[in-house]
Design a protein around this ligand. Structure first.
Ligand code: ATP
Length: 369
């Protein structure tokens, strides 16, 4: 998914300047997005950022106050839901409790008066796709949460939509099952070759599922990119902070040395070196951002262009990772994490140790917004 490249075909879905107002309140504030065929695209954002409202406009359940939605070249902005080649899977799944799995999956085709033999064939096909063939005669209450989710997916896919919208598809599942189901969802999406748009507030889910992510903030798109781009090159403080954990140091540009900008950071009493292709003039207020896993921690001096000294205040052992909070002179805390490749008895750094923290100039980002 990280190798996504913009196809040279026209976008499959074009969202153009879409605004949604509820009275005076602007829930979606001028969103433009191009989404391509076969993408697994995530709308990611915190509660109330407008992601569900945007999804509902794509489905036709809400009318945009402004803007246009084009699907496969046609203007769908005013089309009712049933005229769109779009299906939506709801967070609640909304399965009919009194119907069997097969009955639930067949429901949409029956309503469309598809002939019985074809329904039968397509139900078998859809249940095989989600690996629920043997469960066709069960009722929803006889299924696990993960299986119910797959019934809901089969019920959407059987109608062969061109675009499938999924609102928090994995929210009802526990962590372990969610991870497994993420992979299943990706496999199924690849197999059916339909464009998926997934709404989620879970950044790990978005990172592991998506071809691309749109990070939303107060009705607007903060940034669009592949998971790698969003994580490694966030453009704003908001995106950097929303995805993963990060340390920010506010400062001022003082100059440039080769590939690196020099940024004076008053709270640290030192200058940091940050690689930046963008030219920022001396005096410009910026923020240096560095992720915990990009920082080396050691009791021995480090030969790196950015070095701080501090004392280990907290040490969290997460099995695969250790996370540290290191207190600098003046009380500022820096988050550091290390991969536990060594056995715990060989751990070098412990509580209350005086340590050096260091990173390369290419390991940090300079953010001016
Ligand atoms: P969550 O993850 O909490 O569902 P969200 O990003 O999906 O959040 P939306 O459901 O799109 O958020 O809602 C965005 C904002 O629009 C919220 O402040 C919500 O209260 C408001 N809103 C949504 N639907 C309506 C409505 N029908 N009338 C008035 N306000 C609404």
């Amino acid at each position: 998914s990280t190798s996504w490249q913009q196809p040279d075909t026209p976008p499959f879905l074009r969202i153009e300047g879409v605004v949604k107002r509820f009275g005076d309140f602007v829930a979606v504030d001028g969103v433009s997005l191009d989404i391509y065929r076969k993408e697994l695209f995530c709308l990611l954002g915190g509660s109330g950022c407008g992601k569900t409202t945007l999804l509902r406009m794509l489905a036709g359940f809400e009318q945009p106050s402004e803007g246009h939605i084009y699907l496969d070249g046609s203007d769908m902005t005013d089309a009712p839901p049933y005229e769109r080649p779009v299906n939506m899977m709801f967070q609640s799944y909304a399965l009919f409790p009194h119907m069997t799995v097969a009955g639930n999956v067949a429901f949409g085709l029956k309503q469309d008066r598809v002939p019985a033999p074809e329904i039968k064939r397509r139900v078998t096909e859809a249940l095989d796709l989600v690996q629920l063939g043997p469960f066709a005669k069960r009722k929803p209450h006889q299924l696990s949460g993960g299986q119910r989710q797959r019934v809901a997916l089969a019920r959407c896919l059987i109608k062969r939509p061109k675009l499938l919208l999924l609102d928090e598809p994995l929210a009802a599942l526990d962590k372990k099952l969610r991870e497994q189901t993420q992979f299943e969802l990706m496999t199924i999406q690849e197999e059916v070759g339909i464009t998926f748009i997934v709404v989620t507030h879970d950044q790990e889910e978005a990172m592991s599922l998506s071809t691309r992510i749109a990070v939303m903030d107060r009705g607007q798109i903060a940034q669009v990119g592949t998971p790698t781009e969003i994580y490694e090159y966030p453009r704003t403080r908001f995106t950097a902070d929303f995805i993963g954990s990060i340390n920010f140091f506010d400062g001022k540009v003082t100059g440039r040395e080769g590939e690196a900008l020099t940024v004076d950071v008053p709270v640290l009493g030192i200058s940091l070196q940050v690689r930046s292709e963008i030219e920022l003039p001396p005096g410009r207020e910026v923020c240096v951002a560095v992720r915990p896993e990009k920082i080396s921690i050691s009791r021995e001096p480090l030969d790196l262009p950015n070095v701080l000294r501090g004392k280990v205040r907290d040490l969290g052992y997460l099995g695969n990772l250790s996370v540290y909070r290191v207190e600098l002179d003046g009380g500022r805390l820096v988050k550091v994490s290390t991969a536990n490749t060594l056995h715990s008895t060989e751990r070098e750094v412990d509580w209350d140790d005086m340590v050096y923290l260091g990173w390369r100039s290419s390991a940090a980002l300079v953010l001016s917004e």
